[in-house]
Write a protein that binds this ligand. Structure first.
Ligand SMILES: *[C@@H]1O[C@H](CO)[C@@H](O)[C@H](O)[C@H]1NC(C)=O
Ligand SMILES: *[C@@H]1O[C@H](CO)[C@@H](O)[C@H](O)[C@H]1NC(C)=O
Ligand SMILES: *[C@@H]1O[C@H](CO)[C@@H](O)[C@H](O)[C@H]1NC(C)=O
Ligand SMILES: *[C@@H]1O[C@H](CO)[C@@H](O)[C@H](O)[C@H]1NC(C)=O
Ligand SMILES: *[C@@H]1O[C@H](CO)[C@@H](O)[C@H](O)[C@H]1NC(C)=O
Ligand SMILES: *[C@@H]1O[C@H](CO)[C@@H](O)[C@H](O)[C@H]1NC(C)=O
Ligand SMILES: *[C@@H]1O[C@H](CO)[C@@H](O)[C@H](O)[C@H]1NC(C)=O
Ligand SMILES: *[C@@H]1O[C@H](CO)[C@@H](O)[C@H](O)[C@H]1NC(C)=O
Length: 814
């Protein structure tokens, strides 16, 4: 199931002229298109978004069912009036509508017989009729990229004219005008690719080192893309070509995820498959560790270290993992007597501070040159092919360093002589630092527990409460009551007066009953426990807001009922009840084979993604678990109980927010200090995923017989290199091993200790649906504390563990 990135467009049916060229006496009207000779691309008019009145002139893939636009002429100025537009071609291109010019180009040179042609590459060119030499084009669309780079397009700068070809993202999927995310070539001494958000550097792809860009994490060639680089006195550019030229592939900047995607069309799956996305991890974010800091993802959450001879600018910030301030020189340099420390496997620093580049020097000459100049801070080979060659020198701060274990190159950093031979002293320092860190963690934990102990059940809420954002509240309140209000008497009779026989289960907020309305429709009624803080009006508003959240992986809320102290929510009825009744049951579990389970995992991920970012509200579920995933008659998953905390508590300010959730599924930062965020939901999703694969419950802090919980099990199998042993024995035979392995890895990525390391749901969906390389998971968060109460019972919801149930051995187990 590769990820399908669509630009959905509505294309009016039209007569496609089977030509790729217009000549001087012709023009292009809204009912015509040009078709490239190989039929891969079309050029013409389309509307965006679907069925809107905004019309654009541009180029899109012809044979791909999901319309994918690669270039637009009038991206900043859509055609809107009813009057149809015409593209006139002469020695100029003029798009006009109702006698006003919408877009135009005027090349510097004129042709005697100009023709406009859509080439097989997707390039639209204006040229002299009998001259097909690329150098002589009067104008070409490849020189004006939008958000997409196609094979053969140049990204970079013409040094003679200053003309700069950059890619800029669309504002959003409905608006192709220029967004804030851009990608281009910075022309310094040693040119490098840079991604920016506005003017801020976001991600540095690095400089060409003879083999690849220094930021590329691996030296393995890509199965699809071949990266190229060209530099001389006249121009500097990046370009890519394809390993197999009949594959359709593109690179596109995506504003909503702030990433550059490498995509190729998968004919079998009829979708765009992701082969790469940048930035990929914490250390890929520009300057993650600040000036003179070195980033190493394998050490997360303590990913940053100062270079030898440097110390954190602010040790307080550094201890709180705010690394952006970076590091300062510990001891002054001496100049003549200084030496260099070698760092292997490095992405070289931002070349903005690279002051010298010479492609013919060798390493020894390079070292000499650096040593002689007291402001030279580091050197490296500029070309690492063979023995290495060339010389690049830096002055000032060394920015945006990271370790690249599977690629990277040697970097030599200047230090005073006293730092050169201090192995013993270093070990001592490290010892102190590690000891100090452990003490700090222990201290922090005890403080947290003290808080919980003293403050009882009102867990503290911190900044992540701000993650609950309500974009549209004011307008919504006007039209909030379209939602049906059910009459209490009809529900009483539908549920046989809340008969115990009709009871489906008991969730965190009250029992659920099955009911049959008079018209025969089956419903599920949640009878909310009466302690809600909300007034009737607020309650109705919240219910109406939540009911607007509709997605095929969410249980549909039909309506509510408020009468005589009762607050009821009426949902669609799910005949197959909840997921836990299948995967944890000896016989029922056999009904869920691997493909069903994988479908369920993907469905839950999509439902949660919708709650987190695709709906009009941002909803953090806070209690995602197997019993909150219901199954329809075809075993499609639907998430239930979303938005309930909101319905009952209203505005989630710190004072009013309780910890609602289920131990075992709750992220430690939420369980311990009430910090919930989309990332605590991601943690719960990770546990849920491992539940589904293993068929074992994560019993929270209940230990299995040998004292391990599910996450520990999974982690142990993973680190011992036998992850497949986690898989439920009932599905082992038939399961798709590579899918299952990916799922286990994704599950472990979701339960990582540091919330920042956990992927967000859009990335999870992307990872599930494509074959992009996955990061290696760091050690998971294991909830400490021997907490005991009946799992999933409501008495579990609000209790925090008390201090004396914790022991030091639990802490060590982390
Ligand atoms: C396209 O539309 C123009 C008017 O907008 C009309 O004159 C022309 O005949 C149409 N061409 C075709 C091929 O339908
Ligand atoms: C666009 O309009 C057509 C005809 O009015 C309709 O059938 C179609 O469902 C609409 N598509 C969308 C996505 O709104
Ligand atoms: C095209 O350009 C030529 C030369 O400038 C001019 O004489 C002619 O009128 C133009 N034709 C159109 C259709 O604009
Ligand atoms: C076309 O332009 C004329 C004059 O500029 C204007 O009066 C008229 O409203 C325009 N028509 C449309 C449909 O925009
Ligand atoms: C960015 O990616 C998301 C998710 O894949 C997609 O829904 C969206 O349309 C893309 N945005 C643009 C502007 O292409
Ligand atoms: C190249 O791609 C095409 C279309 O995807 C495929 O049919 C063909 O087998 C590929 N050729 C090679 C050498 O992989
Ligand atoms: C590069 O280094 C070589 C060897 O040191 C030297 O001969 C040459 O002049 C240098 N080139 C430049 C442009 O500095
Ligand atoms: C020493 O390095 C600085 C850059 O920090 C450079 O501007 C200067 O020209 C260098 N001096 C010599 C003699 O190369």
């Amino acid at each position: 199931m590769p990820l399908v990135t669509f630009y959905l467009l509505f294309l009016v049916s039209r007569i496609v002229s089977a030509t790729d060229t217009i000549t001087q006496s012709h023009s292009l009207t809204e009912n015509q298109t040009l078709l490239s000779n190989n039929q891969n691309f079309q050029f013409g008019f389309f509307t965006l978004p679907i069925n809107s009145t905004n019309r654009y002139l541009g180029i899109w893939y012809n044979k791909i069912p999901a319309q994918t636009v690669v270039w637009l002429a009038n991206r900043e100025k859509p055609l809107t009036t009813g009057v149809s537009a015409v593209l006139m071609m002469n020695n100029t291109l003029i798009l006009h509508q109702n006698n006003s010019v919408i877009w135009s180009i005027t090349p510097a040179r004129r042709a005697r017989n100009p023709v406009l042609q859509l080439l097989d590459s997707g390039n639209l060119v204006l040229r002299e009729e009998n001259d097909e030499n690329e150098e002589n084009y009067l104008w070409q669309s490849f020189d004006y990229p939008c958000d997409t780079l196609l094979p053969g397009m140049k990204l970079g700068k013409d040094l003679r004219t200053g003309f700069d070809r950059r890619v800029t993202a669309w504002k959003n999927e409905d608006d192709p005008s220029i967004g804030t995310l851009s990608w281009g070539m910075d022309v310094t001494n040693w040119p490098q690719q840079m991604q920016r958000v506005g003017s801020m550097k976001q991600h540095r792809r690095g400089s060409w080192n003879g083999i690849d860009y220094t930021g590329r994490p691996t030296i393995r060639p890509s199965p699809v893309f071949e990266f190229k680089y060209f530099a001389d006195e006249e121009q500097v550019y990046f370009m890519f070509s394809l390993v197999n030229s009949s594959v359709k592939a593109r690179m596109v900047l995506n504003q909503s995820s702030y990433k550059l995607l490498h995509l190729a069309w998968d004919e079998a799956a009829r979708g765009w498959k992701v082969y790469g996305l940048l930035p990929r991890d914490f250390c890929d974010e520009y300057g993650a560790c600040g000036p003179n800091g070195n980033c190493d993802v394998s050490k997360l959450p303590y990913a940053c270290d100062c270079l030898r001879g440097f110390r954190p600018k602010s040790s307080k910030d550094w201890n709180e993992m705010n690394y952006q301030g970076g590091c300062l020189r510990d001891k002054p340099l001496n100049c003549e007597s200084d030496g260099f420390i070698k760092y292997g496997k490095m992405k070289v620093p931002d070349t903005e501070n690279c002051w010298y580049l010479n492609q013919s020097m060798n390493l020894e000459e390079c070292r000499e040159k650096c040593l002689r100049n007291c402001s030279c801070m580091a050197y490296t080979n500029s070309d690492i092919r063979g023995e290495g060659n060339g010389c690049a020198l830096w002055s000032g701060d060394l920015n945006d360093l990271r370790v690249q274990p599977d690629a990277g190159q040697d970097l030599y950093v200047r230090v005073p002589a006293s730092e050169l031979d201090t192995n013993n002293g270093d070990k001592l320092k490290i010892g102190i630092a590690v000891g100090g860190t452990i003490a700090a963690i222990l201290g922090g934990l005890l403080l947290t527990l003290y808080f919980i102990f003293i403050r009882g059940r009102s867990a503290t809420m911190k900044k992540s409460a701000a993650a609950v954002v309500d974009h549209f509240k004011e307008e919504e309140q006007e039209d909030d009551l379209e939602l049906p209000l059910f009459d209490l008497s009809s529900i009483v009779s539908a549920t046989d007066n809340f008969s115990i026989n009709n009871k489906l289960g008991e969730g965190g907020f009250g029992p659920v009953y099955k009911g049959i309305l008079e018209n025969g429709e089956e419903i599920a009624v949640k009878r909310l426990s009466r302690g809600s803080k909300q007034g009737v009006k607020e309650f109705k508003t919240e219910v109406a807001l939540i009911a607007k959240l509709q997605h095929r992986n969410l249980v549909k809320l039909h309506g509510s009922c408020i009468q005589d102290q009762e607050k009821l929510l009426v949902y669609e009825y799910m005949p197959n009840k909840s997921l836990d009744l299948f995967i944890f049951d000896q016989t029922q579990r056999m009904l869920l084979d691997w493909s069903k389970r994988f479908n369920i995992i993907c469905g839950i991920a999509k439902g949660l993604l919708y709650l987190h970012q695709d709906s009009r509200l941002i909803i953090i579920h806070r209690d995602l678990k197997t019993s909150n995933v219901l199954l329809d008659s075809e075993m499609n998953p639907k998430i239930s109980d979303f938005g309930l905390a909101r319905i009952l508590e209203g505005d989630q300010t710190p004072e009013t927010t309780r910890v609602v959730g289920t131990y075992g599924y709750m992220a430690p930062e939420y369980a311990l200090d009430g910090n919930f965020s989309v990332k605590s939901d991601v943690y719960s999703f990770g546990v849920l995923l491992l539940d589904i694969i293993s068929g074992k419950k994560n019993k929270g802090s209940h230990r299995q017989k040998d004292g391990k919980n599910l996450i520990e099990y999974a982690w142990n199998f993973w680190t011992e290199g036998r992850p497949l042993e986690l898989i439920d024995e009932y599905i082992k035979e038939c399961c798709n091993v590579s899918e299952a392995l990916r799922c286990i890895q994704i599950g472990l990525l979701c339960v990582q200790q540091n919330p920042h390391d956990r992927p967000n749901m859009s990335f999870v969906v992307m990872m599930l649906g494509s074959e992009i390389e996955l990061a290696l998971p760091k050690e998971p968060a294991l909830f400490v504390g021997k907490y005991s109460c009946q799992e999933y019972s409501s008495s579990c919801m609000n209790d925090a563990p008390s201090v004396n149930e914790l022991s030091i051995s639990d802490l060590e187990a982390r």
